[in-house]
Design a protein around this ligand. Structure first.
Ligand SMILES: [Fe+2]
Length: 333
């Protein structure tokens, strides 16, 4: 068997094993339910938790969000869209900064048995060569705290990697810089999406978004045509992103673009609005049929849900226009 075939076989075996585990879990859940309803998977979305450069503390929104997610929401998975520590400056005490993040966030979820899947942000692991020490520290930290997930490609964990949970493929992109993704990563993403196209749901997780939503960050996006083409060709359901520090649930060309709020410092105002909105934690519900719902619960009490109808109907213009998830048209074509 050639290496490529052997690789495909190993991936296929991993997928079969993951499916078997998922089936077992699904059966166990169904047996617990009186009504015999199908199970759902709850995914909490957090992003941009850091404070000022070099900070070794987190604000009350971060603490409150962790407590609510751990004790009340109790999701199947937490995804973090990057910017967990306040790096991107040389000579900071990186290991000590990560120690505090783990104490406040990572270890709290781990103790509750909730996996935390991360993607690198520009303040965690910038692609810029002068911050190479931060990337090494990022890799070291997350290899030590690698969550137990059904990985289908982990050769570049914790940068770009993919895993399966229930009906969904989750793909972390190494997206810490603006502009096009590198060719190798585009080719890798194409292959991972192709190999896992039997799954009902596909969700990309990236720090930098494909489209802009926040004032002052209009050009801090990928706007990568190859990524847009890949998402359409593989019917990618959702792209979760951070960096813009403003919640906006959008669609374009069939993909849901979930722009996450910031929990840390520097909340930003949506393009077209006059002031920044409250911080929140977004919650995505999945079932075997696909994405069931997306809701955002406002900090610090998390008992109020963001009314999507109060958000702008669209953001941006022309090729960069995206529409609120419930508004038509949602296509640039
Ligand atoms: Fe960022």
């Amino acid at each position: 068997m050639c290496n490529r075939k052997l690789g495909n076989f190993v991936v296929a075996l991993a997928v079969v094993m993951a499916a078997a585990v998922a089936t077992q879990a699904s059966t166990a859940w169904a047996e617990e339910e009186d009504g015999g309803e199908e199970r759902t998977w709850t995914v909490a979305v957090i992003a941009d938790l850091n404070g000022p450069y070099g900070s070794k503390e987190y604000n009350h929104h971060v603490h409150a969000a962790v407590e609510w997610i751990r004790d009340e929401l109790q999701p199947d998975l937490v995804v973090c869209a990057g910017d967990m520590v306040a790096g991107q400056r040389e000579g900071l005490p990186y290991a000590a900064m990560w120690e505090v993040f783990h104490e406040v966030v990572t270890d709290e979820f781990a103790a509750a048995g909730i996996p935390l899947a991360v993607t690198p942000g520009n303040h965690d692991a910038s692609e810029q060569p002068r911050f190479w020490e931060e990337r090494i520290e990022f890799a070291r930290q997350w290899k030590m705290r690698r969550p137990q997930l059904s990985y289908v490609d982990d050769a570049f964990y914790p940068f770009h990697y993919a895993f399966v949970m229930g009906p969904a493929l989750f793909v972390s992109l190494d997206g810490t810089g603006i502009g096009d993704l590198d060719d190798a990563q585009i080719q890798w993403l194409d292959r991972v999406l192709e190999e896992n196209r039997h799954l009902e749901v596909s969700i990309l997780l990236s720090h930098v978004p494909q489209y802009a939503v926040a004032q002052g960050r209009e050009i801090e996006i990928f706007n990568d045509d190859r990524l847009a083409e890949l998402m359409q060709r593989h019917d990618v359901d959702m792209m979760i992103s951070g960096h813009h520090h403003a919640y906006y649930p959008a669609r374009r060309d069939g993909t849901f673009f979930l722009h996450a709020s910031a929990l840390g410092s520097g909340v930003r105002t949506l393009i077209g609005e006059e002031q920044a909105r409250r911080r929140n934690v977004a919650v995505v519900e999945l079932s075997a049929d696909g994405i069931e719902s997306v809701r955002a619960y406002e900090s610090p009490d998390f008992d109020e849900v963001v009314d999507h109808s109060g958000l702008p109907e669209s953001v941006g213009d022309g090729e960069l226009k995206i529409w609120r998830e419930d508004v038509a048209p949602q296509s640039g074509h």
